[in-house]
Design a protein around this ligand. Sequence first.
Ligand code: AHR
Length: 501
Amino acid sequence: IPADLRVHLGETVAAVPPRLFGGFVEHMGRCVYQGIYEPGHPSADTEGFRQDVLELVRELGVTVARYPGGNFVSGYRWEDGVGPREQRPVRLDAAWHSTETNQVGLHEFAGWAQRAGVEVMQAVNLGTRGILEAGDLLEYSNHPGGTALSERRRANGADEPFGITLWCLGNEMDGPWQIGHKSADEYGRLAAETARYMRFLDHRVELVVAGSSNMEMPTFGEWERTVLRHTAELADHISVHAYYEESDGDVASFLASGAGLDRYLDTVAGIIDEVLAELGLDRKIGISVDEWNVWYQRDWNENHKDAVLSGDWPQAPRLIEDEYNVTDAVVVGSLLISLLRHSDRVSMANLAQLVNVIAPIRCEPDAAAWRQTTFFPFALTSARGRGAVLGSDLTVGSAPTARYGDVELVDAVSTVADDGSVSVFVVNRAVTDEAALSIEFTGGELVLADAQTLTAPTGGDRFTTNTRNEQPVSPVALSGIRTETGEGATRLAVTLPPVSW
Ligand code: AHR
């Protein structure tokens, strides 16, 4: 497949928001308990947090972590998770039919986040709770002292406020599966009044209102319009959730997931502009893609969900611990290309989730934490894809897909970091064909520092996974690159393996 990419070195199109490299820690399955937190594990610190997991979180390059849900938050009382651990109540978590011990809560998570070097993105419960409880949590977290709530925080060991800026107003409130599910009008009003109260309490907060749970929701579009009409003066971001999977053997559509995300983001951006214009508002509302990933959701829905939701109430059950293969990693890489390309509209994005639950990091009580295949595109993009997105043009052929129509077989985005280093992220979506990619950098001469690819390993194929015992999938050097520099431009010729990022 011939592909021609021209990258314009002097043309920056948008700054890359550092929050694009977010993660998500939900009280679900083994993400918190037996995930980031496992007292008694040989690598656990004095607080009970696993250091092997923490090291991989740092290596992953996560900048912000959404917490504590997800569906979990819609039945959660934040007060249960503060104060002496031995006095914390054990509760039923109806979202995931689990028993919640509350041994990890706000203080523990804030401490962990600080050690991991990530910002906390705190979600409030707008399913079963409301304005007052959200305000209480904010006051408890951020007010310096001298009030009942802030003194309670101080008595619980945090003399200084947590200073949490970023707040999600509920989670997936459009979904009938959500505890306390609401109509767009009901949610829009509640989100607006919660936002107003939270701003009265702390004018520094940045607020994310809940958009649709996915683009296939019957209310998609109208939900965003209605919610924004209520909240456009108060919200800073509106959420997008997007999960992709290979189903019915349709690998072409799966590999084209990035094109699906492009359309989703463009549609939501259009609705934001439409409502701001309608209301005559001159302000910016970003898109917070605060749940995205590959998730074999059909398997969960068809084979596990009913049993889990009608079964016992276990502690930290094994839920949706998807084992990712090479193709999944290539798709994650391509979704990151889409996110980077939308840096002008996407203000943050959170890979869902961080550990064990549809996660790039896996661990077991009796094994050291390991990197799933999807770990690598995220880590490399977070490490290299900083600074600004560069203008570029790509010429390449398309192939038909059942889900997205004709989709280009190669996709790419380029960035320039503050130190002037340039990165090009490319995906070859073809299942059997190599891509012959030529890249021309115009407006400057460059030296090739490094080239890597993630693709089927020697002796493996696109279905190869990393397991606790063997991790054959990781980026390898991309060899055979021809470079040519002169007359103010640099040209590269590179062969991309099929199904590669
Ligand atoms: O990430 C798993 C679940 O997916 C979250 O709890 C929910 O918000 C979404 O439906």
